[in-house]
Design a protein around this ligand. Structure first.
Ligand SMILES: C[S@@+](CC[C@H](N)C(=O)[O-])C[C@H]1O[C@@H](n2cnc3c(N)ncnc32)[C@H](O)[C@@H]1O
Ligand code: SF4
Length: 464
């Protein structure tokens, strides 16, 4: 069920032609991360795993570390895997470092890693000592480039400013904090532990204390997040001195706890698609007017001169860059294979130290590799039409979308409109379906489609 919210004039006055195209598609749905991957039979896993862990690292490879713990389950989130208990941290980090050291012992020297991402779950739940020794192990065992982006993702709970500073001193240079909304009442209903004011104060102080890149995630389209709440979220986000902002459209997957609350009437109904489109367009217009740069459909960099936000990991992962994966539930791709590390925590911890705990393996088809470039281009929102020259069928589709106002084609340049940017996940999916896919294999735990963790999302292409 969805509610049709009347549009407020304050918000509507920001909008322009082709900013809001709610009827362009029936649903906003992303491509399965495993599209175009070809299942490897389990009997072949040991040999292929050995090939993966011993393959040389190419230049500009990524590394992802999954920390699958959360202090509580937020009702909107599909990334939750294991309840956090303080005594979990040290044995988990011990095993993670062992995984890192085992792979380092198998690989030839060389190559370079130019972005590292600690995602979750909640990496910031780990103790300061465990976070710092993990960062030290990463710097010791991986060939990090001099300008490597190193991101720690998390939330403000259990992440004091002193702990954040310790992570920066230990080598992290980017912190990404999930806020979702600054509205305290909405946050309480979503299962967030601090008020919106606490979140804003924390981020303001962190930005004042460091020149490192500080990024926040906001979600739009949450039940009860009306025009007033959304404009307030943007007002606050713009006032904090952040380096970057992610805007994620709420995806109401069937198995989320929030569905039970919606059924019982404990939350207002879901927002209609037109409101989601308007809220996205309004946010893009507000950020552009404030001098921010749109780096991808969901990510924005602030104009602040002393904070150089690159968003390198998130952009590269969406373009199919090789990524080494470590930790229970992490997903990666390397040496021509996509793989997932054992998501069952007990099985992960029990795996012998000289063995990579693999739970899923698939070969990357040439088609998937080629399509990743198209996917990355649509995520960026601007690209050369030459990219589509080998695919006349896709170019025809792009021309149809131009008629619908989803994009413009000028000379050799294709640019998504703001309305088109909202629909990019669906457009990517539709383009993929126009190319005959090789044997498609389902994601083992398809709760969310995140590029880097089994339980997700992100990975890769969850969001707007
Ligand atoms: C892997 S989660 C980690 C968040 C972090 N642990 C926290 O508590 O904020 C990264 C981001 O995914 C986004 N996200 C989570 N559930 C989502 C959903 N159902 N739809 C869209 N985005 C979602 C949120 O913005 C969140 O900050
Ligand atoms: S939002 Fe963060 S803390 Fe909450 S369940 Fe998701 S990953 Fe865990």
């Amino acid at each position: 069920m969805s509610s049709l919210t009347p549009a407020s004039p304050e918000l509507n006055c920001w909008l322009q032609t082709n900013d809001v195209l709610p009827t362009a598609f029936a649903e906003r749905k992303a491509l399965m991360p495993m599209w175009g991957a070809q299942m490897v039979p389990p009997t072949a896993w040991p040999a292929i795993t050995q090939r993966i862990v011993s393959a040389p690292i190419k230049p500009s490879t990524l590394a992802y570390f999954h920390i699958p713990f959360c202090a509580n389950r937020c009702v909107f989130c599909g990334f939750y895997r294991n309840a956090w208990q303080a005594e979990h941290g040290t044995p988990y980090v011990d095993r993670l470092i062992a995984e890192l050291e085992f792979e380092a012992s198998q690989r030839p020297a060389g190559g370079s890693i130019n972005a590292v991402y600690f995602g979750g779950g909640t990496p910031t739940a780990l103790s300061e000592a465990d976070l710092c020794r993990l960062l030290a192990a990463v710097r010791r065992t991986l060939p990090l480039s001099d300008d490597c982006e190193i991101t720690i993702e998390g939330r403000i709970s259990h992440f004091s400013l002193a702990k954040a500073q310790a992570c920066l001193a230990a080598g992290a240079n980017r912190i990404s904090i999930g806020v979702q909304s600054f509205d305290s009442q909405l946050r309480r209903r979503l299962g967030r532990q601090h008020s919106g004011e606490d979140a804003a104060t924390y981020l303001r102080q962190l930005c004042e204390q460091t020149d490192a890149v500080i990024v926040a995630d906001l979600m739009f389209g949450l039940p009860g997040q009306d025009d007033a709440k959304w404009t307030h979220d943007l007002d606050v986000a713009l006032s904090l001195g952040l380096s970057g902002l992610d805007l994620y459209a709420f995806n109401c997957f069937p198995n989320l706890p929030i569905n039970r609350m919606l059924e019982k009437g404990a939350l207002p109904p879901l927002l209609d698609l037109a409101t989601q489109c308007r809220h996205y367009a309004y946010a893009v217009r507000r950020l552009l007017a404030a001098g921010w740069t749109q780096l991808s459909n969901s990510h924005f960099a602030s104009p602040s001169p002393n904070r150089y936000e690159r968003n390198r990991y998130n952009q590269a992962i969406k373009s199919g860059q090789d990524c080494l994966a470590f930790g229970s539930g992490a997903g990666g791709c390397h040496a021509g294979y996509s793989y997932q590390v054992q998501g069952n925590l007990d099985d992960y911890l029990a795996t012998p130290l000289e063995q990579k705990p693999i739970a899923f393996l698939a070969a990357t088809s040439p088609q998937k590799q080629a399509f990743a470039l198209i996917q990355g281009a649509l995520e960026a929102g601007q690209f050369a039409s030459a990219l589509f020259a080998p695919y006349p069928v896709l170019l025809t589709q792009l021309h149809q979308w131009q008629q619908q106002g989803l994009l413009t084609i000028e000379q050799d340049q294709i640019t998504l409109t703001i309305g088109g940017r909202f629909w990019a996940p669906t457009m990517i999916r539709e383009l993929a379906q126009l190319i005959t896919p090789p044997e498609e294999t389902p994601c083992p735990t398809p709760t969310m489609s995140h590029p880097h963790s089994v339980a997700s999302k992100k990975p890769h292409s969850l969001n707007a």
